[in-house]
Design a protein. Structure first.
Length: 278
């Protein structure tokens, strides 16, 4: 009888352990099933770096983030439009609005993440006040950046724009006062501007902070003038219309707004990249 009871007890324990193991395997399997892949296109710096920091936080929430990096401002929107991406993170809001208008994209802003102050750089002059008459200013060929560049010059008293003009869409034609008779060259893509600066071409070059940082420049120390944090040129998560309501996209934005990511941005970029308000 004792031997029988012992055998029965062992049998019961074995069944219980097997059941626990089965439940554990099932739980593990369910977790894997719940994990969702999210593909986001981004510029190398700082966007991809910020997304890398967000990866483990998203993993905890059941999202496997795949980051695809791009070197220009055209392909990330084409890839999003072609559904090769679930979202992209590389552009400021006026650029997104311009891209939608020009290309008919059905995109929406899913969340504002950070601001990259644009800066004016010069190999020849240590301050913006030292720019000579007739100085040549080089800015990107992206029209969406022209108003931003001109606004920076206006705030520093170098030019004056037409009263009432929308500063985000202003062009050189909207300049009504140009005391130094500055000339403007806008033939280069934004990604090439750090190399133009290094070559010493022109008297000053306006460079977006993501490209400046990627080229080893410190926007706060190396620029002779820099945009302030109240800039309307906030970088956003762009998605196809309707996708902004998807749980994975909402979670992505939530994580990028988290204290952990804000602290990372402030610590790593020392003010060259600034977290945006929600």
């Amino acid at each position: 009888m004792k031997k029988f009871l012992g055998f029965a007890l062992i049998l019961v324990l074995s069944i219980a352990l097997a059941a626990c193991g089965s439940d554990k395997d099932k739980s593990s399997s369910d977790t894997k099933k719940e994990s969702e892949k999210l593909v986001v296109g981004a510029s190398n710096v700082p966007h991809a770096e910020i997304l890398e920091e967000a990866k483990p936080l998203l993993k905890e929430k059941g999202i496997d983030l795949e980051i695809k990096t791009f070197q220009d401002y055209v392909l990330p929107n084409k890839a999003l439009n072609d559904k090769e991406l679930d979202a992209n993170y590389f552009q400021h809001l006026p650029f997104l609005e311009s891209a939608i208008k020009e290309n008919g994209y059905d995109f929406v802003n899913a969340g504002a993440i950070h601001i990259e102050p644009i800066g004016l750089y010069s190999q020849k002059y240590k301050s913006i006040d030292k720019l000579p008459k007739g100085a040549k200013i080089i800015l990107s060929s992206s029209v969406a950046d022209h108003g931003r560049a001109l606004s920076l010059l206006e705030k520093n008293g170098i030019i004056k724009l037409k009263e009432g003009v929308d500063k985000t869409t202003a062009t050189t034609k909207d300049i009504v006062e140009n005391k130094k008779n500055l000339t403007f060259d806008a033939e280069y893509e934004a990604a090439l501007l750090p190399k133009i600066y290094e070559s010493g071409e022109g008297d000053a070059v306006l460079i977006n902070s993501n490209y400046a940082i990627d080229a080893g420049l410190n926007p706060l120390k190396d620029s002779i003038a820099i945009e302030k944090s109240e800039s309307p040129y906030v970088n956003v998560i762009a998605v196809n219309k309707g996708d902004e309501n998807k749980k994975a996209i909402k979670t992505l934005v939530e994580v990028l707004h988290s204290k952990e990511i804000k602290d990372f941005i402030l610590e790593k970029y020392k003010g060259a990249v600034v977290p945006a308000e929600k």
